[in-house]
Design a protein around this ligand. Structure first.
Ligand code: 2AM
Ligand code: CA
Length: 271
C-alpha cells in the first residue's frame, strides 16, 4: 500500500470516529483566549492519527495542531501536517462545516493533500502529478476570474480591524461578493473547485492550509503569503489562495498598496 492509499483510509476512519464521539458529550476547553476552543474530539482525533501514522511509519514526522511536532524544522524524509478538526468553532456551535486536514511532504516537496468534509462525507484528495479529486470525481483545472466577477472567502472579523480593514474592505467592495465558511481547509478546497475565486486571511497555521494547498496547486491554483512568496509548513503566515489571474490581481492591485501592513503582519508572525 502506498502512503497515499494509507492516508486516504486513515482520514476516512478518523471521520467515522469523529461522528461516533460527537454523539456523546463534546467537552470544550479554551486555549489562548475565550474564543479559541479545543475539544476532546480535537485531541482524541489528533492522537488517533498520530498513533496510526507512527505505528505504520515509525520514521515519519508529524506536525499537528494539538501539540505534535511544533519544534520540527526542515526535516528530511516524510512530514505529515495534520489538523484533526479544522473549523473547531463550527464543530462546537454547528456540528457541521468542519474538516480533517492532512498534507504530506517528502524531503520538503509536497506529496499528497487530503481535506475531509466529515458531515457531508466528501473527501478532497490529491497526489502531486496525478490530479485532484472530490471523492471519485476528478476536479478540472480552475478557471481564471477577475476580482469583479469573483466570490472571495474572508472572515468578516478581519474587516472591523483598523489596518486590516483598510486593506481588505476595498477587495470585498470590488468583488462580486464575499463569503465566510469558518474552516480554512474547506475554504481552500472551495477555491480548488471554483466555488470561491479566492480565500484571504491574515493569519493561518500550516495545519490549516497544508492539505488544501496541495489540492489547490494540483488544479492550477496558487497559494502564497501576501507578498507572493511560497508558504512554509514550519511557520504561520498571512495567506492568499486563488486562481492564477485573481492571485496576481490581488497582489498587484491591493496587497502591494498596503506593503507596510503586509510586512507588519508577516513580521508579527515570525517566531
Ligand atoms: P481551527 O478551527 O483549526 O482553529 C476560521 O476562520 C479558520 O481559521 C479555521 O480554519 C481556524 O482553524 C483558523 N483559525 C482560527 N483562529 C486562528 C488563529 N488565531 N491563527 C490561525 N488560524 C486560525
Ligand atoms: Ca484545528
Amino acid at each position: 500500500m502506498t502512503v497515499y492509499e494509507f492516508a486516504k483510509g486513515l482520514i476516512l476512519e478518523a471521520g467515522i470516529n469523529v461522528k461516533k464521539i460527537m454523539k456523546q458529550d463534546i467537552e470544550i476547553e479554551t486555549k489562548s483566549n475565550p474564543n479559541d476552543l479545543v475539544t476532546n474530539v480535537d485531541k482524541s482525533t489528533e492522537k488517533y492519527l498520530f498513533d496510526n501514522i507512527k505505528k505504520t511509519y515509525p520514521n515519519h514526522f508529524v506536525i499537528g495542531e494539538e501539540g505534535h511536532g511544533h519544534d520540527l524544522k526542515d526535516e528530511h524524509g516524510v512530514v505529515w501536517v495534520i489538523d484533526p478538526i479544522d473549523g473547531t468553532l463550527n464543530f462546537v456551535h454547528q456540528q457541521e462545516n468542519f474538516a480533517i486536514s492532512i498534507g504530506i511532504y517528502h524531503n520538503g516537496e509536497p506529496y499528497a493533500g487530503f481535506v475531509y468534509d466529515v458531515m457531508n462525507d466528501v473527501l478532497y484528495h490529491a497526489k502531486v502529478g496525478e490530479g485532484a479529486f472530490e471523492n471519485g470525481t476528478r476536479l478540472p483545472e480552475i478557471k481564471d476570474t477577475p476580482l469583479k466577477t469573483s466570490i472571495i472567502g474572508i472572515n468578516p472579523n478581519w474587516l472591523t480591524k483598523p489596518r486590516l480593514g483598510d486593506m481588505f474592505k476595498p477587495i470585498v467592495d470590488e468583488a462580486r461578493s464575499a463569503r465566510a465558511y469558518g474552516s480554512a481547509a474547506l475554504e481552500i478546497v472551495h477555491v480548488a473547485t471554483g466555488k470561491l475565486g479566492g480565500y484571504i486571511t491574515p493569519r493561518l497555521q500550516p495545519w490549516d492550509f497544508a492539505g488544501g494547498l496541495i489540492i489547490l496547486s494540483e488544479v492550477g491554483g496558487r497559494g502564497t503569503n501576501l507578498l507572493g512568496e511560497s508558504l512554509s509548513i514550519y511557520e504561520p503566515s498571512p495567506i492568499v489562495m486563488a486562481n492564477q489571474k485573481l492571485h496576481a490581481e490581488l497582489i498587484e492591485n491591493h496587497f502591494e498598496k498596503h506593503i507596510e501592513t503586509v510586512r507588519l503582519l508577516q513580521n508579527r508572525l515570525k517566531k
